[in-house]
Ligand binder design. Structure first.
Ligand code: USQ
Length: 381
């Protein structure tokens, strides 16, 4: 299939591009380096230097003999997105092109408006571009489990049937996010559902939990193909942060009581889930929603596991509860369904001690690059 990856430079975008290319799909990538620019402005860097997108596709071509065209530009600009769609004619569009950080979206007014405008404008432009230039194309949109929040009832997979005064109907599962970033994902879902109803487009919305890891089948022998691996407060997700903190001898920053529970997945499973969604498309006029994670942990469980595995590798790992900079439940019920992707064929990788050990060993190689000043700044909600 011809797969267009929007946000192809990102933590997930670049590994997805290589993985789909290796699976025989014709892939093109689009990016405007938003994340690189924000990192520069906020004076943070990923653990390992990452070549720009044009250099990475050249490296990939040398290794795989497969080309990945690159379009550098801003998808909020209609002229640019029209040209990309006309030129590439996608069968599937993977939409990662969003400001992905919850703390960044809560930093200040400017960051909030950037997050709102970027995320919603791009989603709307993608819908219009699909309608005009590729009406059969399947949109695979990266949403987030954070759309649901942490309700005191079981979380269903996207939809819920409600019985009310003797009648019943099916609705989007209620959503109540805990950051502006997560709220833009709710708005994206609403926008997509609206245009699915109006124009009969086909959409899969993936409610993904926090992702960890950096090694995939395509990059494990070549660090130049690694994705961004952020451990700073803005762009680092909790497991990646804790691994770097363990290696740096920085006490693991458990926010508040540490009972916050989320559904996690290995970066290799993100690639599987996206590929399975592409290869088994939603129907026209369908908004298909999958909950994309493989197992749940509380922050305390993650910290304990990383301390144990770190100790077995000779690291002295401390855990320190810090005052929670976020407004979120620190102890709560959490039982989300997640059978859709398994029934499409997902073979999960779990967060075993071996997986944690391999991540720690990889990060140890880059120990001297860790900047501990960026680990905790306390962006408050
Ligand atoms: N946490 C800590 N200590 C830290 C960092 C985080 O206790 O040093 C806690 C947070 O308070 C939160 C949990 O760990 O309760 C997860 O935090 P996170 O930073 O790993 O994840 P989050 O901000 O929710 O966002 C990440 C991605 C986002 C994605 C989301 C999936 O950045 O793009 O949408 O995970 S989910 O969390 O399921 O909504």
């Amino acid at each position: 299939m011809r797969v267009l990856i929007l946000g192809g430079d990102g933590y997930l975008g670049w590994p997805t591009a290589m993985n789909l290319s290796a699976s025989g799909h014709d892939v093109a990538t689009v990016d405007c380096y938003l994340r690189r620019n924000i990192c520069r402005e906020e004076n943070i860097s990923p653990l390992i230097d990452v070549p720009d997108l044009n250099k990475r596709v050249k490296l990939w071509e040398d290794i795989s003999d497969r080309k990945i065209p690159v379009y550098i530009g801003d998808l909020r600009k209609w002229d640019f997105i029209s040209q990309v769609f006309r030129d590439f004619s996608p069968d599937a569009v993977v939409h990662y092109a969003e400001q992905p950080s919850a703390p960044y979206s809560m930093l200040n007014r400017r960051a909030a408006i950037l997050t709102l405008q970027n995320n919603l404008d791009v989603t709307a432009n993608v819908v219009f571009a699909v309608r005009e230039f590729a009406p059969d194309a399947h949109i695979i949109k990266l949403g987030t489990m954070g759309e649901y929040g942490t309700p005191d009832i079981d979380i269903e997979e996207g939809w819920i049937e409600i019985k009310h005064k003797g009648r019943k109907d099916k609705f989007l599962y209620p959503r109540q996010a805990g950051s502006l970033y997560h709220t833009t994902k709710i708005m994206d879902t609403d926008l997509l559902w609206f245009y699915v109803r109006m124009w009969g487009i086909r959409v899969t919305d993936l409610m993904q939990g926090p992702v960890y890891g950096l090694l995939t089948d395509e990059n494990e022998n070549d660090e130049r193909l690694y994705p961004f691996f952020n451990y700073d407060e803005l762009f680092g997700t909790v497991i990646n942060r804790f691994i770097v903190q363990a290696v740096a001898g920085y006490p693991l920053t458990v926010y508040g009581k540490g009972g916050q529970t989320r559904g996690y997945l290995d970066i290799r499973d993100t690639l599987q889930c996206v590929r399975l969604s592409i290869e088994n498309p939603a129907d026209k006029g369908e908004l298909r929603i999958f909950n994309q994670f493989v197992e749940t942990f509380s922050v305390n469980q993650l910290a304990e596991n990383i301390r144990r595995v770190g100790k077995s590798l000779g690291l002295d790992v401390d855990i320190k509860s810090v005052e929670n900079p976020r407004k979120e439940a620190e102890e709560h019920y959490y039982n989300p369904a997640h059978s859709g992707l398994t029934s499409l064929g997902l073979k999960p990788h779990f967060l075993t001690d071996d997986v944690l050990g391999k991540m720690i060993e990889t990060v140890i190689k880059y120990r001297d690059s860790i900047d501990t000043d960026t680990i905790f700044k306390g962006v408050k909600w």
